[in-house]
Design a protein around this ligand. Sequence first.
Ligand code: FAD
Length: 503
Amino acid sequence: MLPRGAGIAGLTLAIALGRCEDPVSPIEIDMYESGTEITTVGAGISVWPRTWAIMRRLGLYDELMQEAVKSKGETKKDQDEGSEHQAGPAFVFRKSDWPREGFEFGRVMVPDGATTMHRADMVRVLVRHLPARCTIHTSKRLVSYDPPPPSSPNDTHTLHFADGTHATADVVIGADGIKSAVRSSMYAHTHVQECESGDDTPVAACARCARSRPKWTGTVAYRYLIPTERLRAVNPAHHALHVAAPMSLADFARQHIITYLISHGKYLNWIGFVTRPGQEGTEYPHKWVLDANRDDVVREFAGWEPEVDQMIACVEDPTLWAIHVIDDLPFSVSGRVALMGDAVHAMTTHFGAGGGQAIEDAYLLGTLLTDPRTSPPRLPRVLEIYQAVRLPFARAVVRNARAVGLMYEFNSPGLYAADPARGEPTAVGVRSEEVTAAAADGDGDGLKRRLGELERAIRGMWQWQWKEKVEEQWAEAERMMDELGSRTAPRRRRQAERWCVVA
Ligand code: FAD
């Protein structure tokens, strides 16, 4: 099934805007969605503590939690702070790249553990909480927008849709995903206005603006929801049914599989990642999302442990996703237009954080736009505060997600070697062939010790998910808003002001 329907970022923003509704001068929100209905891809999503903090603020925590599968908790001593707290596994790592039985080699533990859910359940809850003043326009594919001409007395932006219609808005928020038309338009306008060669060269040839173009990671992902009943019939003791946390099954050949339970255990969300060596940054030659079949998956994961074969036997008609990223966007705001979610920082999936980061954008943006200190003349400055707080952080998450993904596939320079036989650089740390040799000699303990190094490194990379508090960003934004002016500055929004979210 190909993706249709409003995204997580746009829906969350509408809720955040509605939550702080000003009865004196309410905001009219128009949401333009290219799909025919508000729905989502049939797949799972993992949700982490920073996102839950926001859902609490938005009053959605209880409803969403009812839809979530939670990993099992255990009491853990926090080494840094010496305190004991309830922690659960965020990720369980299993070595699986041989025909014999695999084994667990590490766990990332987080306070409260992992939570996972079906995306459709998340979207259903979000839609239930959309504010009354949000009008959703489906089958409206944005092609481009025009900002107001510099001499214009008003702030009206004109939106152009694929069906030949037009609309206007005072503020435009692009929550339209990795192929964002708002982003393309923003960079086309600013390139002409600000870049020296703007009139003569295309965006793709500009050192600054070309960074707005999505980049293929060299990785593709097969996605499928396995009915757990089917897997249970094959092997009732299968680890994926009992670990109750996302599980990563990895090998040395640039592949790994992620599994986790959703829909109260009815489905196992199954994603098989395959990295094509040397392809990162090249043009992906096919459509980015395609229908695939089981034979493709069998071919990719041949020779893995029996539990992997058992899962693949349950995969029927997967979809194939070419994973693209926006990894270094120079800016996400221009005048009264802002970008959010995957339109700004589409990332590899290795932290399960793209949706969470989109929600962080949405909450902060919604909070700032509805702040009593935000008046129409201040809007560009307020959007810049949003950018200053969110963009560098999200860019760092994109970078680190790439780095931790290399670790999952035992391919992290300095920790695990790339394969010298393929002419790739030799790493300073543990080499994959040493580990395989240790396993072949029956040196199980030595192998586990070495894999423990990797587990510790992965755990370090994950710490931001719970140690860096989302509240710190809100406080930073608050300080910047204070610098803008007095809390009591009168709100001077026009009655009929229209805001638009392209989602
Ligand atoms: P999208 O979900 O892409 O929504 C964009 C919306 O805009 C869509 O509804 C689209 O139809 C609409 N649209 C697009 N173009 C136009 C246009 N021109 N005009 C009008 N409408 C338009 N994240 C997590 O947090 N946890 C996970 O576990 C996780 N796992 C993932 C696994 C995989 C395999 C992948 C690929 C991603 C995963 N992510 C995960 C990332 C997450 O899915 C995205 O980061 C998130 O969906 C981004 O939300 P968004 O609203 O910004 O964009």
